[in-house]
Write a protein that binds this ligand. Structure first.
Ligand code: AMP
Length: 223
């Protein structure tokens, strides 16, 4: 079973996916994190995508789809896979439909995290990221136990290059132009769950869990 998290950068997709992973045994697959990993490793893929990611642009559809395809082919899909950050264009959604049909995977639900621009800007502005394990923090709302140090692996936290003000502006623009059409795309298919993502992490998570339980029932019933 496949789940999609849709929402603006900073809406909380990664944080909520992490919670679902812990509670439901889902596996979270973040294309952004896979691309950052490739950049850290200095691989061919990393070098190719570096410029796009750093300036806040989308990586070409076929390239990012190939990365996802390779990851899904590896198995290790737990009780279901959460796609965090894929698809981001209608073309990617179409590619995903082809992948699902080919492997007989079921798209169980699309969780759309809705948050105002003010909220996402505040979240992105205070975000810190672990360059070693990919964990995310926020200086005010989700600080690490020791300032500047990752709770999970002890590495020094950094500000992602694409969380610089210029790149944030670009990412929001790209989101409005290229990703937002997916809301209608999935709404038409009757699998979109709108979730108010402007509150505290725990409050949003409760709504996410309710939506997952609702959709899960429908999915099992073949609706
Ligand atoms: P994220 O961690 O999801 O915010 O992604 C960080 C960056 O990785 C994005 O701003 C894009 O440059 C790139 N990226 C991640 N997922 C995709 C995708 N599905 N399509 C194109 N580019 C992506």
């Amino acid at each position: 079973m496949i789940w999609i998290f849709l929402g603006a950068p900073g809406a909380g997709k990664g944080t909520q996916a992490e919670r679902l992973r812990e509670d439901f045994g889902f596996v979270s697959v973040s294309t952004g994190e896979m691309l950052r990993e490739a950049m850290r490793a200095g691989s061919e893929l990393g070098k190719t995508v570096q410029e796009y990611v750093t300036r806040g642009d989308l990586v070409p559809d076929d390239l990012v789809a190939a990365v996802l395809r390779e990851r899904l082919a590896q198995g290790n899909t737990g009780n279901g896979v959460i796609l965090d950050g894929f698809p981001r264009t209608v073309r990617q959604a179409e590619i995903l439909e082809e992948m699902l049909a080919k492997h007989c995977w079921q798209l169980c639900g699309v969780l759309y995290l809705e948050a105002s621009e003010e909220v996402v800007l505040q979240r992105l502005g205070g975000r810190r990221n672990c360059p070693q394990c990919g964990a995310n923090y926020h200086v005010v709302t989700m600080p690490p136990k020791v300032e500047g140090v990752c709770d999970r692996c002890g590495a020094e936290l950094v500000i992602r290059p694409d969380d610089a003000p210029e790149a944030i502006r670009k990412r929001l623009e790209v989101y409005h132009q290229q990703t937002k059409p997916l809301i209608a795309f999935y709404d038409q298919r009757g699998i979109l769950e709108r979730i108010d993502a402007s509150g505290e992490v725990d409050e949003v998570y409760q709504a996410v869990k309710d939506a997952v339980s609702r959709r899960w029932q429908k999915c099992l019933a073949g609706e």
